[in-house]
Design a protein around this ligand. Structure first.
Ligand code: AMP
Length: 468
């Protein structure tokens, strides 16, 4: 869960990257950074939000016509500035800067091998492995080095790099994570999502294809195919559409807003409720709640208000104010829910703790009945490809029935969208009836497109340590 951005061919590349990162802030709030330059690359990274990490002065120290940037997601344990990206390294080929969204599943094995042969790592991130592999390739051209390095890595990666006056973007052969190409005046831009293009007024051209590597330099834009030993079907992460990407973005060529709205429509068909009002859990539940309300013919209202000013909360009074964390973020609107039968629509239910608190909050505000509807299937499996889902043991749907979850959450009824329903809203049902063509939905099905070695929760802990 990270955001990446790149630009080539603009006088104020670092400033544009900074703006682009603002529009990718939802993809990661732990750290932010920019590397910019022409042949000499300079770096500024810091912990926290984009607006806190950069100011006029720091951006002024990043001259040059090319830049890459990164917003990093907060994960337990590895919140250190040394893991803040982009990374900038010097090797025999010159300088190389790299920013990564995704998770490599064989990073630990590769790292052990590299360390055994003398490599000294500066970070605990899996991304650094790619640069060490590049350094070992006996080639001069950074693009050839990168292609050779990527032959050895497995898993999910959408990367942007600066090397040798070139901006490089690449997606893994399955295309788990998004990466889009745009044009800004005479230059090119790359971004995790088109939300960044809208902000900087760049024109969206197309997505980087799964297994494609693009190079923007003074000669224009060129495309290469990554050589892969086996056929790699496209496996775009369905959770980008369910929760992660911004609704004003296009990812994988599809509007996130419309995808969520269609999921809500289908949810209303599959899981109707007799109610007076439909309310979303803001922000990510809003488009699906709109879809649900329209289809069900029940009025849509904002029954929960989200505070946009809550950062991390450090104090959690144990007894004095219960449910403090969620209440800081969300508060109920009594005049909307009082005395009503309420349908609450959220995009996903992971541990169940948020929903449980929301249901209690709505009842305390006078809701007569609370019917929880989730516009995705039950989350039953952890993600190894870059989304921060907890261990299987913490996923409530992995070990509880629908009734047990409803009892835990204390709602009057609970309904999820079916896997088939979700995939049909994405046009992902094959002619032969295969459900989920083109997508990875391992978090809902447990079918992992890239092998995970031994697997199991022990493996997950090991991978999460290196998460970006
Ligand atoms: P939970 O209390 O674990 O069931 O949290 C579910 C809520 O977290 C839902 O409102 C989702 O919108 C949101 N959510 C789902 N996945 C993630 C994630 N990977 N990181 C942060 N929030 C998430």
């Amino acid at each position: 869960m990270c955001g990446v951005f790149g630009i080539h061919g603009h006088d104020e590349a670092a400033k544009i990257a900074y703006l682009g990162l603002h529009a990718l802030q939802h993809r990661g709030q732990e750290s932010a950074g920019v590397v910019a330059g022409d042949r000499t690359l300079r770096r500024h990274v810091g912990m926290g939000l984009v607006a806190d990490v950069f100011d006029e002065k720091t951006l002024g120290r990043l001259p040059g016509a090319a830049a890459i940037g990164h917003t990093r997601y907060s994960t337990a344990g590895s919140s250190e500035v040394r893991n803040a990206q982009p990374f900038l390294f010097e090797y025999s080929g010159g300088s190389v800067a790299i920013a990564h969204n995704g998770n490599l599943v064989n990073a630990e094995d590769l790292r052990n091998r590299l360390e055994a042969s003398g490599s000294i790592f500066q970070t605990s991130s899996d991304t650094e492995v790619i640069v060490h592999l590049m350094a070992k390739v006996p080639e001069f051209d950074p693009v050839n080095r990168l292609i050779a390095a990527l032959r050895q890595v497995q898993g999910a990666y959408s990367l942007v790099l600066l090397a040798d006056d070139k901006l490089i973007g690449v997606r893994d052969p399955h295309g788990f994570r998004p990466l889009v190409i745009g044009r800004l005046k005479d230059g090119y831009v790359l971004s995790s999502e088109t939300s960044a293009f809208d902000l900087i007024e760049a024109e969206y051209i197309r997505d980087v294809e799964p297994g494609e590597l693009v190079v923007a330099d003074n000669a224009g834009l060129r495309s290469f195919k990554l050589a892969t030993s086996e056929a790699a079907p496209s496996r775009f992460c369905i959770f980008e559409h369910v929760y992660f990407a911004r609704p004003d973005s296009l990812v994988n060529g599809k509007s996130v807003y419309r995808a969520r709205e269609r999921m809500g429509t289908r949810l209303a068909e599959e899981q109707p409720a007799i109610a007076d009002v439909v309310i979303p859990v803001p922000d990510s539940g809003v488009p699906s709640a709109i879809g649900y309300a329209k289809r069900a013919g029940i009025p849509f209202e904002m029954g929960l208000i989200r505070s946009h000013y809550v950062g991390r909360t450090f104090i959690e009074p144990q007894d004095s104010i219960r449910h403090f964390g969620v209440r800081l973020k969300l508060s109920p609107v009594r005049s909307v829910v009082d005395g009503k039968r309420v349908v609450v629509v959220d995009d996903s239910l992971v541990r169940g703790t948020t929903s449980r608190k929301i249901v209690k909050m709505l009842r305390a505000a006078g809701a007569r009945e609370v019917h929880l509807r989730i516009s995705a299937p039950p989350t039953t499996n952890p993600c190894f490809y870059g989304i921060d889902t907890p261990n299987r043991s913490e996923l409530v749907a992995a070990s509880h029935t629908l009734d047990e979850i409803a009892r835990y959450v204390t709602c009057d009824s609970l309904g999820y969208l079916s896997h088939e329903g979700m995939m049909s809203t994405m046009g992902a049902i094959g002619e032969d009836g295969e459900v989920g063509v083109g997508y990875c939905s391992a978090c809902f099905t447990g079918v992992y497109p890239v092998q995970l070695g031994k697997g199991g929760d022990g493996e997950l802990v090991r991978l999460r340590r290196n998460k970006v």
